[in-house]
Design a protein around this ligand. Sequence first.
Ligand SMILES: Cc1cc2nc3c(=O)[nH]c(=O)nc-3n(C[C@H](O)[C@H](O)[C@H](O)COP(=O)(O)OP(=O)(O)OC[C@H]3O[C@@H](n4cnc5c(N)ncnc54)[C@H](O)[C@@H]3O)c2cc1C
Length: 93
Amino acid sequence: MANIPAPRSLVVLGGGIAGHAIAHRLKSLFAVTLVDPKTYLEVPMAAPRLLVDPDALQARIPYLEFLDGVTLVQGRATGLTDGSVAVEAAAEA
Ligand SMILES: Cc1cc2nc3c(=O)[nH]c(=O)nc-3n(C[C@H](O)[C@H](O)[C@H](O)COP(=O)(O)OP(=O)(O)OC[C@H]3O[C@@H](n4cnc5c(N)ncnc54)[C@H](O)[C@@H]3O)c2cc1C
C-alpha cells in the first residue's frame, strides 16, 4: 500500500499584499488557512486611481475568486502559540 503523506498545514495571518501571494503560491503544497478580518484582498495602489476613474481595475478582490482550496477564516488574530492561533471573529464585510 502506498504511503501518501498528509498535506502539511500552513496558516497565513493577514491576506494583504504579502499574505494573499503566500497563500496563493503555496496552496498546492500545503493545506492553507488564511485569517483576515476582511473577505477580500484590498489593493492599496489601485485605490487612488479609482477616485478619478471609477471604471479602473477594482481595488477589492474577493478571496473566493482566486484562493480556491484555501480555508478562509474571517477574523482578527489575537494570539499565537506553537500549535494554535487565537482568532476574534470579525463582522467586517
Ligand atoms: C494608497 C496607497 C498606495 C500605495 N502604492 C504603492 C505602490 O505603488 N507601490 C508599492 O510598492 N507600495 C505601495 N503602497 C504600499 C503597499 O500597499 C504596502 O507596502 C503593502 O500593502 C504592505 O503589504 P503587507 O502585506 O505587509 O500589508 P497589508 O497589505 O497592509 O496587509 C495586511 C493584512 O493583514 C490583515 N490584518 C491586520 N491585522 C490582522 C490580524 N490581527 N489578524 C489577521 N489579519 C490581520 C489586514 O486586514 C490586511 O489584509 C501603497 C499604499 C497605499 C495606502
